[in-house]
Design a protein around this ligand. Structure first.
Ligand code: C2O
Ligand code: CU
Length: 465
């Protein structure tokens, strides 16, 4: 289906989605109100969709801060249920990590919580609800956190590409009856049938020949791994999950798992008037989701400076693999997974009993949080977690408070240049060794970012003392 035919009028000219958020660092407290709102998510629909969003919008306001500056954000809860905010990918002070039940109490309706933290890393981050996140993120409680490099990066345009999918009913409202569906939880999570870019059914970027663009791609979907086709845009990948990588031409499609970020650099070399589509690739189809339109006015000769890459962030990169603290994490369960039983709240339960409780995934034989951490380590040590995905499903494993490198894949040592990430996609049957320097004290989560899997048991924690 070509959805352009549903577009009415040229209303998608708002190319600077962060306008209004620039006060984050100068204003002592940026208020973020979690509240109901409406959004035009589906094209051609008569009605708007009722969502929950920060300041009632989806995506919420983009917070834009310079590296090493502080964020002061006050979450005000105007929902009828409790909530909290997690700052995904930020190497944050543990007390500010926003994990209800682990790092803070959930914020009750009509109460507030002040988040204050420094941003050690430049790059593309995001924030989202971390209390019943499988429902709250699906309803729209997320936004971007962009941390500008201390030295400005030479690009002409800085654009966001927040991709999400929504499960809507016939009235274009969020499909509420399927929240908590055991089928979703035991399979690939809640998948939607509507795709949005920056909260719109279709996004148009007006650019000019000769411009250099930075495009920040963020997957905020609960569970969908997106495969994106950039056709003739010839992007170079310059950062993953907020951490710079040596610029590299994107070969083929871009695959991006839930919660991951990919920063792309695009040089607009096409002729005036060119239209460059971006599509989401499905098994059977290419769904157009956005396009870049090169302005009609001719520009002169087009010259691009070489791009050397973004400056590295001050991560602790000195992995001491030989002296590392090691843990094994076996991921089991789900549909067709053959898990017979697992521990839940101190009781060994059969699969049938687990399913009745919506508890269908286990780490090392336990569903959900255990009393003991997966690892407890002294600050500064290297930790290697060998993650074995022993079930029929892909999973997007997210580590809080740190970035890791994949040092082994299916038992094979990887080059020392694998990227630093905070979320890694594991295919069914795959094993990875995730290594990081545990330099951030506190109690941190490690979980699947397919939010239904997390809710149904795929989470654990580790401690840095
Ligand atoms: Cu983005 Cu624990 O999550
Ligand atoms: Cu998962």
């Amino acid at each position: 289906m070509d959805r352009r035919q549903f577009l009415k009028g040229g209303v998608h000219l708002g190319l600077l989605p962060w306008i209004g958020a620039a006060q984050a660092s100068s204003d002592p407290t940026r208020v973020l109100t979690a509240q109901p709102g409406v959004a035009q998510l589906a094209d051609g629909a008569e009605s708007v969709t009722r969502i929950w969003g920060y300041d009632g919008r989806v995506p919420g306001p983009t917070l834009r801060v310079r590296q090493n500056e502080w964020v002061h954000a006050r979450l005000v809860n105007r929902l009828t249920t409790e909530t909290s905010v997690h700052w995904h990918g930020v190497r944050i002070d543990n007390a500010m990590d926003g994990v209800a039940g682990l790092t803070q109490d959930a914020v009750a309706p009509d109460e507030s919580f002040d988040y204050r933290f420094r941003l050690p890393d430049a790059g593309t981050f995001w924030y989202h609800a971390h209390s019943r996140s499988w429902e709250q993120v699906a309803r729209g409680l997320y936004g971007l956190l962009i941390v500008d490099e201390a030295e400005p990066v030479a690009v002409d345009r800085d654009l966001t590409f927040v991709i999400d999918d929504w499960r809507l009913d016939d009235e274009a409202q969020i499909h509420e009856a399927s929240f908590g569906s055991l089928h979703d939880w035991a399979h690939g999570g809640r998948l939607g049938q509507w795709v949005t870019i920056n909260g719109r059914p279709f996004e148009r970027f007006e650019v000019r020949r000769g411009q250099r663009l930075r495009l920040r791609v963020v997957n905020t979907a609960n569970a969908r791994v997106f495969t994106l086709d950039f056709a003739d845009l010839a992007p170079r990948v310059i950062a993953l999950d907020g951490q710079p990588v040596a610029p590299q031409r994107l070969e083929g499609h871009l695959q991006i798992a839930p919660a991951q970020r990919v920063d792309l650099l695009i040089d607009v070399t096409q002729d005036a008037g060119a239209v460059l589509p971006v599509a989401a690739v499905t098994r059977s189809d290419m769904l157009p989701v956005a396009q870049f339109e090169v302005a009609r006015e001719e520009t002169g000769a087009v010259v691009f400076e070489p791009f050397v890459g973004l400056a590295a962030n001050p991560l602790a990169t000195g992995l001491e693999l030989d002296a590392a603290e090691r843990a094994v994490l076996v991921m089991e369960g789900g549909a067709m997974g053959g898990m017979a039983s697992a521990m839940l709240d101190g009781q060994q339960l059969s699969l049938r009993e687990l399913a009745q409780r919506g508890a269908v995934w286990a780490f090392n034989g336990s569903v959900g949080m255990t009393d003991e951490p997966l690892v407890s380590t002294r600050r500064g040590r290297t930790v290697v977690i060998d993650v074995h995905n022993r079930n029929r499903w892909p999973h997007a494993m997210h580590l809080h408070g740190h970035h890791f490198r994949v040092v082994t894949r299916d038992g094979v040592a990887q080059a020392a240049t694998t990227p630093w990430r905070d979320t890694e996609l594991l295919q069914a049957g795959e094993s990875v060794g995730l290594a990081f320097v545990a330099d951030n004290p506190g109690k941190w989560l490690l979980h699947c970012h397919m939010l239904e899997h997390q809710a149904a048991g795929m989470k654990t924690w580790f401690e840095v003392t």
